[in-house]
Write a protein that binds this ligand. Structure first.
Ligand code: ACO
Length: 333
């Protein structure tokens, strides 16, 4: 039993926030942001837009490309760290799409989420007999960014991307190798922690425990950019090499390097380490910034619709981010 990608789609919010717009609210400049990151614009949810609304739009495009109906889908996997509902957003998307023969769940693995979701989908096919799985990467980090912190607010944008993974014979298998990792010791470098009010503990007054109702929210995203940069530049090439080894392929055989779109300098450093020429590197973060779990399917969808990525192309994809988590997949499109 194998699995292959037969459709993709994406959706972004309408509101464009440029580097110059950000320079109005924090002490920064278009030049600083574009030189250090490669980012020029990002999209931000506004008005009545929702993350699940974007995910539904992206999923519809993927279904259309795959020439399938919503009733053909047997599983919906939503990869997100920023769902509309803390309890999970996959179920609502499944309902809104009309996937009446599917069930749904969420995966939280930050910017590695899409790769984790993709690998998970293939396992459901190999071990569970599933036939058509929608894998969605969707995030709205604008919800958790500190818009007064110039070190982080310049980096992120909101978006959703989707792929349709279909079961196929082992001969046609499109997932040729993968590699997944996490290292919780690096969590301190990138997180958005739960913040509980002082009244959230069981207080012991006069020897008797007293329950005080708690109030919990989430802190804004905290990041040590230099550490995350070093981690990505070190771990991502290793991970891609491991996945390629599993696939029995040399790096020179890949048609496209498709990394999580975090920073152009990270993308360039990984490409240079792997000796992948720039014309084989997919990059769209100038327009969208770091869209976390959405970045890989969003960039893939744009490249497919632009006629760059074609059926049969070999893609080395890799995600990395909070957790810390990272992972790679070698995919024949
Ligand atoms: N505009 C102008 N100056 C700035 C800005 C800004 N937006 N941000 C920081 N600076 C200043 C700093 O204050 C510092 O000034 P100082 O020298 O006077 O102290 C100087 O610029 C250098 O700051 P650094 O933080 O050292 O800049 P660096 O070159 O490391 O670039 C950046 C920062 C772009 C964040 C980089 O470290 C990076 O991209 N790291 C990786 C981030 C990343 O990929 N995150 C992935 C997250 S994925 C997920 O799971 C959510």
């Amino acid at each position: 039993m194998g699995s292959k990608l037969i459709g993709c789609g994406s959706a972004v919010p309408k509101l464009v926030v440029s580097n110059d717009d950000l320079a109005q609210i924090v002490d920064t400049s278009d030049e600083w942001i574009s030189v250090r990151t490669g980012i020029r614009n990002r999209r931000v949810l506004a008005g009545d837009e929702t993350l699940s609304g974007l995910a539904v739009m992206a999923a519809r495009e993927a279904l259309q490309m795959a020439e399938l109906g919503a009733h053909d889908v047997d599983l919906v996997i939503l990869c997100t760290s920023t769902p509309d509902d803390l309890f999970g957003g996959g179920g609502k998307i499944q309902r809104d799409l009309g996937c009446r023969n599917a069930w749904a769940f969420d995966i939280t693995a930050a910017c590695s989420g899409f790769i984790v979701g993709l690998i998970t989908a293939t396992r459901f096919m190999k071990g569970g007999g599933y036939k058509n799985i929608l894998v969605l990467g969707a995030d709205a980090l604008s919800r958790y960014v500190d818009w007064t912190d110039r070190g982080t607010c310049i980096l992120f944008g909101d978006a959703a991307g989707a792929v349709l993974v279909q079961a196929c014979s082992a001969d046609e298998d499109g997932l040729l190798g993968f590699d997944l990792h996490s290292d919780g010791s690096g969590q301190r470098h990138l997180n958005a922690m739960a913040v509980e009010s002082e009244a959230d503990v069981l207080s012991n007054m006069n020897g008797a425990p007293v329950f005080l109702p708690r109030k919990t929210s989430y802190a804004c995203l905290q990041m040590n950019g230099k550490e995350v940069f070093r981690f990505a530049a070190r771990c991502v090439p290793q991970s891609i090499e491991t996945a390629l080894e599993e696939a029995g392929l040399a790096c020179s055989s890949i048609d496209w390097l498709l990394l999580h779109q975090a920073n152009q300098r990270i993308i360039d450093a990984v490409a240079s380490r792997l000796q992948v020429p720039s014309e084989k590197v997919i990059s769209n973060l100038a327009n969208y910034g770091n869209t976390s779990a959405a970045s890989i399917p969003l960039a893939l969808d744009e490249a497919v619709r632009a006629g760059k990525v074609k059926a049969g192309d070999l893609i080395a994809a890799s995600g990395f981010g909070a957790g810390l988590t990272w992972g790679s997949a070698i995919v024949r499109f």
